[in-house]
Design a protein around this ligand. Structure first.
Ligand SMILES: Nc1ncnc2c1ncn2[C@@H]1O[C@H](COP(=O)(O)OP(=O)(O)OP(=O)(O)O)[C@@H](O)[C@H]1O
Ligand SMILES: [Mg+2]
Length: 317
């Protein structure tokens, strides 16, 4: 694979489910598109929650992962769903992905492990030139698809919940990254992102950073190694708000779109005055969550640009 077009491929991955991979992929993708970038998201999950977050689930662009499955299995060039938002294209996920994953596993069993693991990279190589950034929403299970995503990625972003099980999941995820380094030696960890925290207290963040260093560095890590790992932890984390998350996913709106809708709606006293039964269009907490996601998007860009700068790569965008 010629990786020159794959320099801005970011995989959002964690072997553990429910840690914010899809939410962050959809919202960061939407925000970067809003800021003028050409964005592609690939939904590698049979659950296809991305289609709920972006609101295309069950519409005519929703092929339930058929095009993606054909691309991964037979090398057919995929046609992304175009402009799901202005500037944002999606290779749609869904039920068909399971068959594709099984086909890759049997390919691997026939001695073509490398070919199977490079299937996502080969697919993206055909279309990547059109995009400023490509985000891969990885499934929580399915080792083969996770490996293929990471083998295609220049950067990896690991969202983590602050409970112990999730931190252990992160260690397993890190080992999975190591296993494809021979195929993809330039792959780099963009960061670790704290998901669904109920507090923004500095000590929680510090404790989280220490736990990340324990999980990734192990017992032998030197203080220098530990502080390098701690620097991977995103400054911004995504605050907990079930009300906002539910409303956004349930209505196919990104969080900033939900926030705009909340702000544009008549206030409850205005509704009362107009003789209407007061109705809420969404929770006020959408604003804070939208702020977090904007800062996360900005931090993704900043971290990529810092790395490109350090590597002497020149990119426009
Ligand atoms: N800020 C938030 N606070 C609380 N819950 C949230 C928040 N953002 C998203 N959620 C909810 O948390 C759940 C998990 O989020 P999401 O689907 O993004 O995780 P995931 O890692 O992609 O999960 P999976 O591994 O199943 O693909 C979803 O129900 C989502 O609506
Ligand atoms: Mg998901």
């Amino acid at each position: 694979v010629d990786r020159s077009n794959l320099q801005r491929v970011v995989a959002l991955i964690n072997g553990k489910g429910g840690v914010g991979k899809t939410t962050i992929t959809a919202n960061v993708g939407g925000l970067l598109a809003l800021s003028g970038w050409k964005v592609l998201i690939v939904d590698l999950d049979y659950q296809a929650n991305l289609g709920l977050d972006l609101g295309y689930h069950g519409t005519e662009v929703d092929d339930e992962g058929l095009a993606l499955a054909q691309a991964l299995t037979y090398g057919v060039t995929p046609k992304p769903a175009h402009d799901v938002r202005p500037g944002l294209d999606v290779i749609v996920g869904g039920a068909h992905i399971d068959a594709a994953a099984a086909a890759l596993v049997s390919k691997a069993a026939q001695g073509k492990l490398e070919e199977a693991r490079l299937s996502v990279a080969v697919m993206l190589d055909q279309i990547a030139v059109k995009y400023d950034i490509i985000l891969l929403d990885c499934p929580p299970g399915n080792d083969m698809l996770q490996a293929a995503a990471v083998a295609a990625a220049r950067y990896v972003l690991i969202p983590v919940k602050t409970d112990e099980g999730s931190l252990r999941g992160m260690k397993i995820t890190a080992d999975r990254l190591d296993s494809v380094l021979d195929l993809n030696p330039d792959m780099d960890l963009l960061g670790v992102l704290m998901f669904g925290s109920s507090t923004s207290a500095t000590n929680v963040r510090r404790e989280f950073s220490e736990q990340v260093a324990d999980a990734l560095g192990g017992a032998q890590a030197t203080p220098e190694m530990r502080s390098e790992i701690e620097a991977l932890v995103f400054t911004t984390f995504l605050r907990h708000s079930e009300a906002t998350a539910k409303k956004a996913r349930g209505s196919g709106l990104l969080v900033h779109e939900l926030d705009n809708q909340v702000k544009a709606a008549p206030k409850f006293w205005e509704q009362l005055r107009a003789g209407l039964k007061p109705q809420s269009v969404g929770p006020a907490s959408a604003e804070g969550v939208a702020d977090d996601l904007q800062e996360i998007a900005a931090e993704v860009v900043r971290r990529i640009q810092e790395k490109e700068h350090a590597n002497g790569d020149v990119h426009v965008g």
